[in-house]
Design a protein around this ligand. Structure first.
Ligand code: NAD
Ligand code: ZN
Length: 343
């Protein structure tokens, strides 16, 4: 089969032929990958930055977001069968730790990640444990099924609190931020305000239904948000940039008693006025990791199956796997939404 592989501890990835993983453990499932999508994490691995050097052990197949069809199952697999259309959680829970045993598998203490700790999904076939698979309605187009994992990040982050009638500020209109725009809109937010600095991403936010898009390098975000909210500030902040300045500006634009849902991953430690920006404002903050297993997947499925959210603006590139370099290039330049690879 063909696969996109991190061959050596150096920048880049290689398309090459590798053996199909034929040997299945009792709880393993072999899936024919149909579509896979490139995530920011894959870009880190492609660039071979400090984060990936610490975690990735080449040679290893890259990728974790995908959809496909079950082609064979291990002896004890009972939740999926050959021919099922599936999507997959990328965080593999141990099912034994305290968190796994108490309904919090998404923050498993012994979490393994597809394409990080083991071979990933940028290949014609992938072997995954049964526990991560989620059957998907075949009526959902493959391109949208492929991005249900990051769509789930948007859902998990946005729905930590009731958004009905709330003024929601989203910092960072990357693929996840713009999907969160749509989730907030469908959940009855009063106004969805987006802070973003890149032109391509501002346009995506607009297409996904943002009410107002503010470029904080050109306008004062806090002043603008206050002007839109009777001088109060936003009720909810969805932090989806991973940028320190954006996060501080986001906190400063909130009304007292607001809720913060933090998805963005920052390059290092943060330093900010926690007394003034957080404690004395009486904020509540949620740290978001991944997606809830499998509540988030159920919400994602229902929103897509019933066409409550249209993800078409987010899917900006669909490329044959052989052209993966082109996909990484547009991702790195920030002139894409989600890039889908066909296997
Ligand atoms: P992305 O990098 O494509 O999007 C981030 C966006 O923020 C970009 O469009 C960028 O232009 C914008 N931005 C940067 N600086 C800004 C500023 N000062 N003001 C306003 N906007 C600014 O990322 P993505 O794939 O959409 O993911 C969003 C974030 O979530 C990233 O930080 C990613 O690492 C993180 N993430 C976290 C989890 C988790 O489980 N916690 C999972 C997936 C992604
Ligand atoms: Zn666990």
């Amino acid at each position: 089969m063909i696969a996109i592989v991190k061959e050596r501890p150096a920048p880049g990835l290689t398309l090459k032929r590798v053996p199909v993983p034929r040997e299945l453990g009792p709880h393993d499932v072999l899936v024919k990958v149909k579509r896979a999508s490139i995530c920011g994490t894959d870009v880190h691995i492609y660039n071979w930055d400090a984060w990936s050097q610490e975690r990735i052990r080449p040679p290893q197949i890259d990728g974790h977001e995908f959809t496909g069809e079950v082609v064979s199952i291990g002896g004890d697999v009972s939740s999926v069968k050959v021919g099922d259309s599936v999507v997959s959680e990328t965080h593999i829970p141990c099912q034994k730790c305290l968190q796994c045993r108490t309904g919090k598998m998404h923050i498993c203490k012994n979490m393994q990640i597809l394409g990080v700790h083991r071979d990933g999904v940028f290949a014609e076939y992938v072997r995954v444990p049964e526990v991560v698979l989620w059957k998907v309605d075949p009526s959902i187009p493959l391109e949208y099924a492929s991005i249900m994992e990051p769509f789930g990040n948007a859902i998990h982050t946005a729905l930590v609190t009731d958004l009905t009638g709330k003024n929601v500020l989203i910092t960072g209109a990357g693929p996840i931020g713009v999907m969160a725009v749509a989730v907030a809109k469908v959940s009855g937010a009063a106004q969805v305000i987006v802070s973003e600095i890149k032109e391509f991403r501002k346009e995506l936010a607009r297409k996904m239904g943002a009410d107002v898009i503010i470029d904080p390098t050109k306008e004062d975000l806090t002043k603008k948000v206050k002007a839109m909210t009777e001088d109060n500030g936003a009720d909810v902040l969805l932090e989806m940039s991973g940028n320190t300045t954006a996060f501080k500006q986001g906190l400063d634009s909130l009304t007292n008693g607001a809720v913060v849902s933090l998805l963005g991953v920052f390059p290092g430690e943060l330093s900010f006025d926690i007394n003034g920006l957080f404690t004395f404002k009486g904020l509540t903050m949620y740290g978001i990791t991944g997606r809830k297993m499998f509540e988030t997947w159920q919400v994602a499925t229902q929103l897509l199956k019933n066409k409550r959210i249209d993800l078409s603006p987010v899917v900006t590139h669909v490329l044959p796997a052989e052209k993966f370099e082109e996909g990484f290039d547009v991702m790195i330049r920030g002139v894409s939404g989600k890039v889908i690879l066909e296997f």
